[in-house]
Design a protein around this ligand. Sequence first.
Ligand SMILES: *[C@@H]1O[C@H](CO)[C@@H](O)[C@H](O)[C@H]1NC(C)=O
Ligand SMILES: *[C@@H]1O[C@H](CO)[C@@H](O)[C@H](O)[C@H]1NC(C)=O
Ligand SMILES: *[C@@H]1O[C@H](CO)[C@@H](O)[C@H](O)[C@H]1NC(C)=O
Ligand SMILES: *[C@@H]1O[C@H](CO)[C@@H](O)[C@H](O)[C@H]1NC(C)=O
Ligand SMILES: *[C@@H]1O[C@H](CO)[C@@H](O)[C@H](O)[C@H]1NC(C)=O
Length: 816
Amino acid sequence: MVATSQLLVRLLLLLPLICFLPLSIQTSAAAGVADKFERGLNLTDGQTLVSAGGSYTLGFFSPGASTKRYLGIWFSVSNDTVYWVANRDQPLPDKSGMLVFDDVNSLVLLDGARRTVWSSNVMAASAPVVQLLQSGNLVVRNGSSDTFLWQSFDHPTDTLLPGMKLGKNLWTGGEWKLTAWRSADDPSPGDYSRTLETAGLPELVVWKRGVKTYRTGPWNGRYFNGVPEVSWYADKYPLRVTTSPSEKTYGYTAAPDAFLTRVVLNYTAGGVERLVWDTGVGEWVSYFKGPRDPCDAYAKCGPFGLCDGEAASSGFCGCVDGFSPVVPASPSTQEVKDSSGGCRRKAALDCAGGKSTDGFKVVPGVKLPDTQNATVDMVIELEDCRERCFADCSCLAYAAADVRGGSDGTGCVIWKDAILDLRFVDGGSNVYLRLSKSEFDDHKRFPTLLVATPVASIFTILLVVFAIWWRRKSRVVGVIPHNPAMAVPSVSLAIIKEVTRNFSDGNKIGQGGFSVVYKGQLPEGRLIAVKRLKQSALTTKGKKDFVREVEVMAGLRHGSLVRLLAYCNEGKERILIYEYMRNRSLNAYIFGATNLRASLNWARRLELLHGIAHGVAYLHGGSGESVIHRDLKPGNILLDDEWKPKIADFGTAKLFAVDQAAPDQTIVISPGYAAPEYVRGGDMTLKCDVYSFGVILLETLSGERNGALQRLLAHAWELWEQNKIVELLDTTMVPLPESEQELLCELQRCIQIGLLCVQEMPGDRPAMSVVVSMLTSTTSKIDWPKRPTNSDGAVSSNSSHGVVTGLLSHTTTDLT
Ligand SMILES: *[C@@H]1O[C@H](CO)[C@@H](O)[C@H](O)[C@H]1NC(C)=O
Ligand SMILES: *[C@@H]1O[C@H](CO)[C@@H](O)[C@H](O)[C@H]1NC(C)=O
Ligand SMILES: *[C@@H]1O[C@H](CO)[C@@H](O)[C@H](O)[C@H]1NC(C)=O
Ligand SMILES: *[C@@H]1O[C@H](CO)[C@@H](O)[C@H](O)[C@H]1NC(C)=O
Ligand SMILES: *[C@@H]1O[C@H](CO)[C@@H](O)[C@H](O)[C@H]1NC(C)=O
């Protein structure tokens, strides 16, 4: 604080001067700290610059256990995440450092003896200004010029932020790359670096002292081929590879509403991690971490080896078809692990003088081999690529270079030397391998493992059984996260079938007009709720919009909403995976047997209503998005182990709702909960949810169902008019003793709020945020309700009451 005020005082002294400049000093509104200074001013240890908006802070720090001082920039939310360091290998011994413009207008860092320990080098500027921009970029420019004379984004440390890039500057021959710290206490350049390799197809490579340790796989037009995971978050953080006469670079940006993010090269083992600051939970969430498994270790299985991350039992390594291990490893596991001698061709190729009998076999779903020495042609089609490879006896394999064009992809990569660093990866590409004609003889071959054990031995059989079991298990483990970050993963149908025992009846826990809900059990024992949407009930638009809606749902996170964990969108299937709620839904209690009703005492019911109101208010705008639930009812309110309400099914109703004017319209809302204007064919608005909430409130307190004829509303109004509202309270519950007069008052207030929510005119109903404040404050004034909707508003058609069967159920009213 002292430092801050010093800086402010200094700025105030300068005020007369500043006023003559068109550009006034910008200060971050949040912190009141400047984001820049000019020649003549300086920054000393303890002072900071904070970017406009407050996300980033420049200042002096000591890393880890070190007492040395460095000048760096960090994320303001967590000051231990330093993403840029000026004097990486020139630490200051004490706190006497100072950042200042020197006589020749270089931005320099001086030590206590005023010696230069770091410099941005000379710049052609007479009025230099240094500023920490909103992007996190520290820039130097002349006055208010748009041109950056120097920028920290051109000198990356170990972190890539949105707007930065890796790769080569073809004008200057310079390179942007990441270099890891030496250790947690030492930001000086360590052993690991990460570059964009541009020979062959562009790809990101991690190096350890000049030796490749990990590749992402080549850029395929959308993402790096070995990291298909990025498609989960590519809409928030789009990747970009630029190939132009001036540069070959990779970088990414962040959508305006995206959380803060960084990609860090770690000093431990050269791991690369994308982290996202989730403001909801207040911590860094890992979106991706590579290398993922032993198969990501560069060239683990040697030339023509094929690594399978799910084949731990066989040491991960195998050979591509038509190849066998160079040195048959001994059965000792020690040697199996070390076997990276690669694989040898079994039958020689037959190709000479433009003639060949060889064929091509596809190796599907792989991270493409290293393209360092490959030949790339971006313009031809895959079919031409095959011909080109076939005609050239030195061509050993080919693949498409760009997946954007179509299913098989376009463009052509041709490998003429060894195939290196090949691995299976979910969503990977195809490589076409040149093999001798004899390899295409029609007999099914078991994949060649590098384990040379007697084929018939029981050991081998056990090994295979284990491998299959392990493979199945490991496929499922970790696919469905506990706590998904912003993007929820899509999981394959095969996995869902596995955890629900192929949608067995025994696993069925609920059914409604639009979906069937199953219980699923993950290998680690965790339970999930699998909601399988009925294909026949989905509209064409609903099917099309599914993934987009899932993304909206995934972005909605609140203690009173059921958490979406994953989804499946395969073929015709549309499946949502939620956290599992043991205690079933609210209707089972409030309309249930006496003992169930009694388990929800008055205090608990009020708490539930508060929770539900908060959840709906959040849906209505608390997240920045405004989402109408459309189908609020006690059957959609689940209770967790602590009796906290969890609203389910938000957003899904939209997938079923069709145009009101369509002849085969289906109104997706349950009778008794639908607002009268909606039943009459009006619009679905936020106020429709408020109406449904009012009904839920009255039902929860009375234990009576409203029903399609709105009987409960009529009854409640009658009692209200006669000033006998207490009689509405559920009579199966113990009457409240005198001593709990306070609670009684609250219940009465609560009923009044419920009556307001079910007013006939949408405009007379309070917004959900107002409902929350009325419920939570005992002093706020509540309007007098008018007579709520009469029975005209009731659903008067051939309404088919769906049977409410607990978890995640839907009921429907068919109005045709
Ligand atoms: C740094 O700034 C302070 C306050 O503006 C000033 O008093 C001091 O002389 C400056 N130091 C140098 C070395 O420029
Ligand atoms: C970071 O925050 C911690 C705790 O809030 C504080 O002790 C530490 O001095 C801060 N470090 C820097 C460099 O500001
Ligand atoms: C720097 O900007 C000032 C005005 O802000 C201008 O007078 C001067 O010529 C500029 N110098 C250079 C080298 O561009
Ligand atoms: C590197 O990894 C270690 C251990 O996983 C972790 O504690 C540390 O925070 C990471 N460092 C960076 C710069 O991400
Ligand atoms: C590319 O060729 C060079 C020189 O022959 C060789 O050292 C290197 O290992 C090759 N790289 C790959 C991936 O095959």
